[in-house]
Design a protein around this ligand. Sequence first.
Ligand SMILES: [Zn+2]
Length: 461
Amino acid sequence: MRKIIWFVLLSPLWLSGCSSERPDPGNELFLKDVTLIDGTGAEPQVGVNIRISEGRIVEIGPDLSASPGVEAIDGSGKYVIPGLIDAHVHLDAPTVFQLTPAEKAQVIEHTPKAFLYNGVTAVLNVSSEVDWIFEQRQAERDGRLMSPRIYAMGRSFTPEGGWGSRHGGALADADAALERARDYISRDTDGFKVIIEDGLGASGTYVRMDEEMQAAISRIARENNVPIYTHAINLDEFHSAVAIASTAIVHGLEDPIPAGDSILQDMVEKNVAFVPTHSLWEAFLRHDDAAADLDDPLLRASVPHFLLDYMQDPVYRAEETRRFRAVANMPVYKWAEEKIPVFLENILKAHQAGVLLATGTDAGGPVGFNFQGYNTPWEVKLFVQAGLSPMEALVAATRNGAMVIGVQDQLGTVEPGKLADLLILTANPLDDIENIRKIETIIYKGRAYPRRQFAYQAPTP
Ligand SMILES: [Zn+2]
């Protein structure tokens, strides 16, 4: 009897443990003589060796040697950082409105590689079609899908007429929200995405979630230990996001913070992290002047080329603009232009107040220059532009991202015992944060991939 119980209890654990990391016994990597910037914020360690085995970092130190038969990767003159974490993505977002179904499928199929190409080894997918995204997560865990590690949570919680309702799945009332919450919990969701938003620029064009629905979601999340990731943009919405005990607010704050307002102190006290998606707002503005940027070789290696060709066509872009304005119900580019200095200032204020800051792009939505994967290092750079040091921005993009997802015991830093997701750079990111784009090798799940392996290649006709 006892044996049967053990079998029943252990076999699903064994299966999931096996599939989630897919260790390859005997697979060992040895990095020799690197400069390590480990993601904790500690000073770089010069001339260290890193031993990786079965998907994990095993040892770090100056006096290690490679196991017999293991060829060392020479890291002299090179820099190792943790893989980047993007804590606001939508893997099914096609970047523009006007694609054929076949083109859309091609963009979505390539997206995971675009993230890996740009050094992103884990993503928090905060809203996508439910069955599809949980299947993507499973495929990634099973090793069927080459993709950054996926943390997923189905569709947003949004009321009928709410900002998120244009993606479908709007909720009639608090009971409907609870029913959805139970469904997602049964799928082992990594969070709930909650939208508290009445329209950009407080335009009041969308229905804001009522307090009853907010409270219901907050309660069931707390009872089941499910993190809440909240879409909020203005100050009032930020206060609501704190009130429902969000783990993170996953957009920037558009309002100047008045003297005496407690929002930042509240976020620190209640452990509400901040993922300001600043590149999203900047992307709005690139809409009209992106021509030069669209030729960046790193962008061309990240995105199917037909997408870039379309965006160089003024007629196509004018139609994109028209459609985006119709969704937002306001002059979005003008709004972004006015708000960007405020968004930037609030990033620095939040950081100085001690709010945990993490990197997320919300890339892939049809707003203009909004490229998945490619925009993640840009977001890191914008943190430096906001006033963080390169080291602080790097920690935000690595360790802090892991903390937002709740996987800091596994990911986000290069330390013994952690999963082996790391990047080898050819230049020092502390000298210039742009150097996080100078990726030579991506070590992912304990295996080394030359960057070019993830580059987009146009199908040969
Ligand atoms: Zn989003």
